[in-house]
Design a protein around this ligand. Structure first.
Ligand code: NAD
Length: 354
């Protein structure tokens, strides 16, 4: 197969983990006889430094022309206090919106060999395998009006959801649950928020079309608690943009590290694939990042955007074998224990691709 994949390394550890994932994509192409053209475009603070907006027109054109996009991360302390249009994160929100990728799929599971190393006791982690379905292009990250008064006396955002937005993301969750363990846990704050009351009503209506899937509603605060106390009880966790963002970082800590989690953003034209983590400025440039979230995102790209399921499986198997063999980056290693750098972990996965 011939395919063009737009790489947006971005900021912080983004370029390091994208180099790792690009190596895995190239090796996979070589082994299976595919021709992947990997292009690289400026994005986030990297674009701002070059005098461009955080999402340059040329970068958006490259993304639209490609079969799929693989993104590292954005965010740079040097730009965090600037005006909204000059913040790296604004570029990411614009890109998701421009590509129309409203469904963000975030699988989180405990890899074999990591049960003892995660934050929770091993017996709590047995069988943890969930899919977070996060609404990505609506909610409080996009709602208008938003702003602050000139005298700094107040600032405000708007949590807004339309029936159509809720319905289409709920359909993604129920369809996903059909291929899994047939349980959807829908997360909201319906005891307080109007947008959550509509969310609950619409999700309940969609559920009536899926009699084979069980639906439960859970308030976001108790969901955060259950994610730690009983993570194995979730199958598909359906949430709006803000709640899904927060809960998926928590899920990362539950399964061992935020650096392990991949994501696929789909529903619009093409697809956007990126690790769940951010630019991690605290470890950037030190070859200390865990590249598995990015490598597993490359696997999701092959499966969802290019329909190359066997190739995706082989990457995930190689990651699983590397972890089962004891390969650990610093975020997974015992405190003070030996750890592989980002590039060495990527090599460990490459060595096991065969
Ligand atoms: P973060 O995800 O960058 O880091 C949180 C913690 O997890 C840090 O201690 C970091 O060292 C660690 N971590 C993250 N990824 C890791 C990896 N692959 N390997 C090992 N450790 C890892 O979140 P933050 O510190 O709150 O945010 C930093 C910047 O990233 C901010 O500018 C934020 O806006 C941005 N951000 C971007 C995205 C994105 O690009 N999708 C997502 C979240 C945050």
């Amino acid at each position: 197969m011939n395919a063009t994949i737009a790489l947006l390394p971005g900021d912080g550890i983004g370029p390091e983990v994208i180099d790792a994932a690009a190596g895995v994509l190239e090796a996979t192409a070589a082994r299976h006889g595919h021709a992947f053209a990997l292009t690289r475009s400026p994005f986030g603070a990297a674009a701002l430094r070059a005098g461009e907006p955080p999402l340059p027109d040329g970068t958006l054109r490259d993304c639209r022309a490609a079969d799929a996009v693989l993104l590292g991360a954005v965010g740079d302390p040097a730009y965090s206090d600037g005006p909204r249009e000059r913040r790296p994160e604004t570029g990411l929100l614009e890109l998701r919106r421009a590509l129309g990728v409203y469904a963000n799929l975030r699988p989180a599971r405990v890899w074999p060999g990591l049960e003892g190393g995660a934050a929770l006791r091993a017996e709590r982690l047995r069988g943890v395998d969930m899919l977070i379905v996060r609404e990505l292009t609506g909610g409080i990250y996009f709602g208008e009006p938003r702003g602050r008064s000139a005298d700094r006396a107040e600032a405000f955002d708007t949590m807004r959801y339309s029936t159509a937005e809720i319905e289409r993301i709920a359909v993604v969750a129920f369809e996903s649950a059909r291929g899994r363990r047939q349980l959807v846990t829908s997360v909201d704050k319906a005891n307080v928020l109007e947008s959550s009351r509509l969310w609950r009503e619409v999700v309940t209506e969609v559920a009536s079309r899926y009699p084979d899937v069980r639906l439960e509603h859970q308030l976001v605060d108790s969901c955060a608690m259950r994610l730690v106390s009983d993570p194995g009880s979730f199958d598909v966790l359906l949430a709006g943009n803000l709640f899904g963002d927060i809960l998926s970082d928590e899920a990362g800590a539950v399964v061992g590290s935020l650096g392990l989690l991949p994501s696929a953003s789909v529903g619009g034209s093409g697809g956007l694939f990126e690790p769940v983590h951010g630019s991690a400025p605290d470890i950037a440039g030190r070859d200390a990042a865990n590249p598995i979230g990015a490598i597993a995102s490359a696997a999701l790209l092959l499966r969802h955007a290019l329909d190359l399921g066997a190739e995706a499986d082989s990457i995930e198997r190689a990651v699983g074998t590397a972890l089962a063999d004891g390969c650990r980056t610093a975020d997974l290693a015992a405190p003070g224990g030996p750890a592989l750098g980002c590039a060495a972990m990527a090599r460990a996965v490459l060595d096991r691709l065969a």
